[in-house]
Design a protein around this ligand. Structure first.
Ligand code: AGP
Length: 608
């Protein structure tokens, strides 16, 4: 996942590009660079590293100019280094290109160009675009851009500059999203809204295989056939306002603490307690369709997949629909039987995860009805599926997903309740759960107030090399999610397992050096979980226990207890994950890790 920014207007481009790169660096931060038109030439500065470290080295006097493009990279082709950083350019530096996506036929094109005498300076697929554009440009930028669309296969969003076009940016879009921000005597190009909020008043979304010529005073769109096309604009919703840390040391901690409010808003907006009904009519599934569905496939990656596990449980147990969770990248391989009696639900924070998009498209092509449970409605997946349930978590900047996970769980629970209503349920589930749903924000808030207990446990586990996370039933996914949080930000090797698996192998791992986190809160699985805890204790293993307030028997078995309030077992996973989010956060902080932008990761993975 990479981020593109372009600016042409009446201000100096460099500060706008640097700020844009900073706001886009959640998409990848291996390297960054800019190209600025200055006195007939393109001034290019780029290197490995993060924008915070690179920008101070760029001399504004050398990079004066009011038109430029910028890029922040998550490496796919070629290691993170200066030659592979974007902008990529042709040998004569007449053309500069920044790119998000994958050029699938780059090897064939590279060989063809090398056969024609082109010498490549990088290992990137992007450099191919620069050479092709330079070789086909004869003054008509649209014609040169069209030649890229005719020659290149794959998914790519491009912003291009040519030295002979002082204030013009050329934008090309196939697959990967690209937006054009409309300002006053200035216009911008960007991968997503973040760099546009507060600068542009309205936005255009470039369509598939479209080309745009962007200058300070005009934006013209062209189709692949070269014909000029009309376009629609939409105002930028200023709730998508630029986001800061609001006083928290890290975005991740801020987003963990946002959960009570986000959960409250979602539930309050969807549950009509007086009428005992869940309102989800805007997701595009009729009662008749709910009654006709014979299976639900829940599809996602990483944290989203863990939410799928919970969703399958609640759809089956509450709505009585057979349901299964499938990792998006495994979906097609399973050759699922698809028809209009199947509901495929794609879970995604970004709405741009390529694996999930491909799986959703397979479901669409197979005739299934599709629903996106997303945090970004205006996204590649959001535009592909039949309907969207927006989880309204708000922008999530930290690479490690937290508030999005609990929002996904709540959204899936509401969906199951709605499905139950439609399929003739007597409403008892909602009656039973309504009080617990009403208390849920306060239950989460209570856990957030117990950070001292987490800090004490984190001081202990910070030195661990390995950890085991165990849960059962609805909390099996919680264990996987807790392990993912720990591994991806503290770099401790953490494994999550359904606790029933212990006897079938993992118990061989138990030792004093490997802390085991066990979720044993009140409910149908508690006693068996306590049995697992005893197995670990019997082998001198260290125990961190997520337990319900007052469970003194459980407390006796634990080295550390992460207490949670008494919560309905079906809703418990929303609460039980919170101490695990905090444990991962504090452990990573104590280990000096970069909590918000962990090594090797990116917030959105738009490559397979
Ligand atoms: C979550 O902490 C990870 N950053 C990662 O597993 C993420 O959940 C996964 O890449 C899916 O992303 P999406 O929700 O944007 O599709």
């Amino acid at each position: 996942m990479c981020g593109i920014i372009g600016y042409t207007g009446s201000s100096q481009a460099l500060p706008v590009l640097v700020q844009g790169i900073r706001l886009l660096s959640y998409r990848g931060y291996d390297s960054a660079g800019v190209s600025i038109w200055n006195d007939g030439s393109l001034r290019i500065r780029k290197d490995q590293g993060r924008i915070e470290d690179l920008a101070p080295r760029w001399n504004p006097d050398e990079l004066a100019g009011t038109a430029g493009i910028g890029h922040t990279r998550w490496a796919t082709h070629g290691v993170p280094n200066m030659p592979n950083a974007h902008p990529q350019h042709d040998a004569g530096e007449q053309v500069a290109v920044v790119h998000n996506g994958i050029l699938e036929n780059d090897l064939a094109l590279r060989e063809r160009l090398e056969g024609e005498g082109v010498v490549f300076a990088s290992d990137t697929d992007t450099e191919v675009f620069a050479h092709l554009f330079a070789r086909s440009f004869e003054g008509d930028a649209v014609a040169a851009a069209r030649s890229l669309l005719e020659t290149c296969h794959g998914a790519f969003a491009l912003a291009i500059q040519h030295a002979s076009l002082p204030s013009t940016l050329v934008a090309v879009r196939r697959g990967s999203p690209l937006l054009i921000g409309l300002g006053v005597r200035e216009n911008l190009v960007a991968s997503d809204l973040r760099p546009l909020v507060g600068r542009a008043d309205a936005v255009i979304e470039l369509g598939e295989d479209q080309i745009a010529l962007v200058t300070p005073d005009s934006v013209r769109l062209f189709g692949a056939d070269g014909g000029e096309v009309e376009y629609a604009t939409r105002p930028i919703d200023h709730s998508e306002r630029d986001i800061g840390k609001d006083g928290y040391p890290h975005f991740m901690l801020k987003e963990i603490h946002e959960q009570p409010d986000r959960i409250y808003e979602l539930i309050a907006s969807r549950v009509d307690a007086e009428r005992g009904a869940v309102r989800l009519d805007d997701v595009g599934i009729t009662d008749d369709q709910w009654r006709r569905f014979e299976r639900v496939d829940l599809i996602g990656c990483g944290t989203a997949f863990h939410a799928c596990l919970y969703g399958a449980y609640v759809l089956e147990s509450i709505a009585g629909i057979p349901a299964r969770a499938v990792m998006a990248h495994e979906y097609e391989a399973r050759a699922p039987r698809l028809n209009d009696r199947v509901l495929a639900i794609a879970l995604s924070q970004s709405g741009e995860t390529m694996d999930t998009k491909i799986a959703a498209q397979a479901a669409i092509d197979g005739g299934a009805h599709t629903l996106g449970v997303l945090n970004v409605r205006q996204s590649v997946i959001g535009r592909a599926v039949h309907g969207v349930l927006d989880i309204h978590a708000g922008p999530e900047v930290a690479v490690a997903s937290t508030k999005v996970y609990t929002q996904m769980l709540c959204a899936l629970l509401l969906l199951a309740l709605r499905a139950s209503q439609a399929r003739g349920g007597d409403g008892r589930h909602l009656q039973e759960l309504a009080p617990a749903l009403k208390r849920l924000p306060d239950d989460v808030r209570a856990v957030l107030g117990r950070f001292d207990g987490v800090r004490e446990a984190a001081r202990d586990v910070r030195r661990a090399g390995d950890m085991l996370f165990l849960g059962r039933g609805y909390d099996a996914g919680t264990a996987l999610e807790g392990a993912l949080k720990m591994k991806e930000i503290s770099y401790i090797h953490a494994e999550g397992y359904p606790a029933g698996e212990m006897k079938h192998g993992p118990i061989a791992l138990v030792s004093r050096e490997m802390p085991t986190v066990a979720i044993a809160t009140e409910g149908p699985t508690r006693d068996r979980m306590i049995g697992n805890v005893r197995e670990v204790r019997a082998r001198d293993g260290e125990i961190l226990l997520v337990a319900t307030d007052g469970d003194v028997d459980a407390e006796k078995l634990a080295d550390f207890v992460l207490w949670v309030p008494s919560v309905h077992p079906l809703i418990a996973p929303v609460v039980n994950v919170v101490p695990l989010q905090l444990l991962a956060y504090e452990t990573a902080r104590l280990r000096g890790c970069d909590v918000d932008q962990p090594r090797n990761l990116a917030k959105t993975v738009t490559v397979q």
